[in-house]
Design a binder for this molecule. Structure first.
Ligand code: HEM
Length: 353
C-alpha cells in the first residue's frame, strides 16, 4: 500500500516512543536488581550476608532458622483501644499463630550457643484484619540502622582482615554497648521466662485520629530464673523446645503485652537506644499459648512474620528497620518456599527431620 506523506514521521515517532518505554523498563529492572548501583544495599545482599560460611540451610528461614510453632489467643483487656483503633485492641479474644525461635541461620545450632531468643506472632481479628510481629529478648538492638546491621554481618564474616570487627565497633559505638550487655546479662533456661521486645517503634492511631509513637513488649508471667552458661551447655542441644512443650502441656503459658509511649524527642528511629524507664505504659492484654505445634509442617511454616503487616490503627514510624526487615523477610520467604524439597517435613511424613 502507498504511504501517505504524514504516515512515515508518525511511525518513526511511535517507534522512538516504544524504544524509550523499553529502555526505561530495562533501566527500572536493572536499578531494582542493583546492577546500576553495585554499592547499594539490596534485600538480597543483606539476606546473602546472613548465610554461614558453608552456605544457607536450604528450606529454612535465613535467620531465626531454629524454632517451634504454637497456637493460642491474645486476650485483649480493651485498655489499648484508647491508643489504637486496631480491632484486636477492642476487649475480646483473638486467635494467634506464633513461633518461639533462636536468632541463628543454623537450624541445628545448640540452644546454649544462641544469645538471641525470639517470639513471632500473627494475631487475627474478625474480618481477617491481621497484626504480625517478630520480637526478640534483647533490651535494645545491637546497631542503629539496617546499613549498620549489614556492616556488622560483613565485618563478623571477614576472616581476611583481623581488624574488621575492631574497625566496625570504632565506627558504631552502640555495638560496644550491646557487646558489654551480652557478655554480662543473665540467661534463662526457658522461652517461657523471656521478655520479648518490639525494639522498633510503631505509630498507634486511635478512633479520634490521634497518633502516638510506641514500642511494645511481651512480659512473661513465669518468673525469670538466671542460669549459668555452664549449666546451659550441660543441657541437650534442643532443650528449649522440650522445655516449652512440657510447660504448655502442664498449663497455658502467658505474657502481658505492655505498650510503652514515647515522649516528644525520644529516639523513635533508632532501636539501639532504649527509652527512659519512666515512660508511660499501658497493659493491653495477655498472650495465652495453649498448644505447642511442630516446626516441620507446622502452622507457622508458611508464615512470614513481616513486621509491616499491621491492621488499621497501627503503622510504621520513622524507624527504618521495619521496611528493611519486610524486604529481607520476603527474599528469605521466597527462597525457602522455593526450596520445597528441602523443606522441613514432619518425621511422620518421611522426609527431612
Ligand atoms: C535489618 C535488620 C534485620 C534483618 C535483615 C533481618 C532478617 C531476618 C530474616 C531474613 C528472617 C527470616 C524471615 C523468614 O524467612 O520468614 C528474620 C527472622 C526474624 N527476625 Fe529479623 N532481621 C532484622 C532485624 C530484626 C529485628 C530488629 C528483630 C526484632 C526486634 C528481628 C527479629 C526476628 C525474628 C523474631 C525472626 C523470626 C521470625 C519467624 O519466626 O519467622 N529481626 N530476620
Amino acid at each position: 500500500m502507498a504511504e501517505t506523506p504524514t504516515s512515515r514521521p508518525s511511525a518513526v515517532r511511535s517507534l522512538v516512543l516504544i524504544a524509550i518505554i523499553v529502555i526505561a523498563l530495562i533501566a527500572a529492572f536493572a536499578y531494582t536488581a542493583g546492577w546500576l548501583t553495585p554499592g547499594r544495599l539490596t534485600p538480597a545482599k543483606i539476606v546473602d550476608s546472613l548465610a554461614p560460611p558453608d552456605g544457607a540451610a536450604l528450606g529454612f528461614r535465613r535467620n531465626h532458622a531454629k524454632g517451634i510453632c504454637f497456637t493460642g489467643n491474645f486476650e485483649s483487656n480493651g485498655a489499648a483501644a484508647a491508643l489504637s483503633k486496631a480491632p484486636m485492641f477492642a476487649a475480646g479474644s483473638y486467635p494467634v499463630t506464633g513461633r518461639f525461635n533462636l536468632g541463628t541461620p543454623d537450624p541445628k545450632a545448640p540452644d546454649a550457643t544462641v544469645r538471641v531468643r525470639g517470639l513471632s506472632l500473627r494475631v487475627v481479628a474478625q474480618g481477617g484484619s491481621e497484626w504480625r510481629s517478630a520480637m526478640i529478648d534483647l533490651p535494645f538492638f545491637p546497631v542503629a540502622t539496617p546499613q549498620a546491621f549489614y556492616g556488622l554481618l560483613k565485618a563478623s564474616a571477614n576472616k581476611k582482615d583481623p581488624d574488621a570487627m575492631k574497625n566496625f565497633i570504632a565506627a558504631h559505638p552502640e555495638f560496644g554497648v550491646f557487646a558489654k550487655w551480652a557478655g554480662s546479662a543473665p540467661w534463662t533456661g526457658s522461652y517461657a521466662q523471656e521478655r520479648y521486645n518490639s525494639l522498633n517503634s510503631f505509630v498507634f492511631t486511635n478512633a479520634a485520629g490521634q497518633d502516638q509513637t510506641v514500642r511494645w513488649s511481651f512480659v512473661p508471667a513465669a518468673r525469670p530464673e538466671a542460669i549459668s552458661a555452664d549449666q546451659l551447655k550441660a543441657r541437650d542441644a534442643d532443650f528449649l523446645a522440650a522445655d516449652i512443650t512440657q510447660r504448655v502441656q502442664s498449663a497455658p503459658q502467658k505474657w502481658t503485652m505492655v505498650v510503652t509511649l514515647a515522649n516528644p524527642g525520644d529516639p523513635t528511629a533508632d532501636p539501639s537506644k532504649a527509652w527512659p524507664e519512666d515512660r508511660r505504659t499501658v497493659e493491653a492484654g495477655t498472650l495465652v499459648v495453649n498448644a505447642i505445634e511442630p516446626e516441620p509442617d507446622g502452622p507457622c511454616r508458611d508464615l512470614n512474620f513481616d513486621p509491616t503487616v499491621l491492621p488499621s490503627g497501627m503503622h510504621v514510624s520513622d524507624d527504618p528497620f521495619p521496611a528493611a526487615r519486610s524486604a529481607a523477610y520476603a527474599v528469605s520467604f521466597d527462597r525457602r518456599t522455593a526450596e520445597d524439597k528441602d523443606y522441613p517435613r514432619h518425621p511422620a511424613g518421611g522426609a527431612t527431620p
